[in-house]
Design a protein around this ligand. Structure first.
Ligand code: NI
Length: 157
């Protein structure tokens, strides 16, 4: 599921709203700032986010599309689906995205800094891409080795 491109959302019904609520719950329970539907086993192009900035509201974004991107910025990322590891990922410094809210109304979000990083990470998820895919093969191998070791240790506990 995490490796597949998810499907466009076509129905803006109660089921979608319930999914969004469940995703927020899962995200907050794991102390994350973003969560995409494929991470909870649902192949839909949709994510929720809350970068814990008092000036930015928690958002649901459905069928997101990046329409502008400028510059580059490196920063540390982790992922709720690959717990225990983080890596330095290069992303666009500024982005402009279009999408729909949970009721199907068009939204546009311009983002920089952590918000821009979060959105790009979540859009990757709906495309079946993980942050480790954006690292060098050497770094990816190293981190996956560490992750497997952590998983093994967790099982033994
Ligand atoms: Ni993630």
């Amino acid at each position: 599921m995490l490796r597949q491109a998810a499907d466009e959302v076509v129905a803006f019904d109660d089921e979608l709203k319930t999914l969004a609520e469940d995703m927020f719950e899962t995200m907050y329970a794991s102390d994350g700032i973003g969560l995409a539907a494929p991470q909870v086993g649902i192949a839909k192009r949709m994510f929720v986010m809350d970068v814990r900035d008092p000036e930015l509201e928690p958002r649901v974004v459905v069928n997101p599309k990046i329409i502008e991107q400028d510059g580059f910025e490196s920063g540390e990322e982790g992922c709720l689906s690959i717990p225990g590891i983080t890596g330095e990922v290069e992303r666009s410094a500024r982005i402009l995205i279009e999408g729909l809210d949970v009721d199907g109304r068009p939204i546009r979000i311009e983002a920089t800094d952590l918000l821009a990083r979060c959105i790009q990470h979540e859009i990757d998820h709906v495309d079946g891409v993980l942050f480790i895919d954006r690292l060098s093969p050497f770094k990816r191998k190293l981190l996956l080795g560490k992750w497997k070791k952590l998983q093994k240790e967790a099982k033994q506990r």
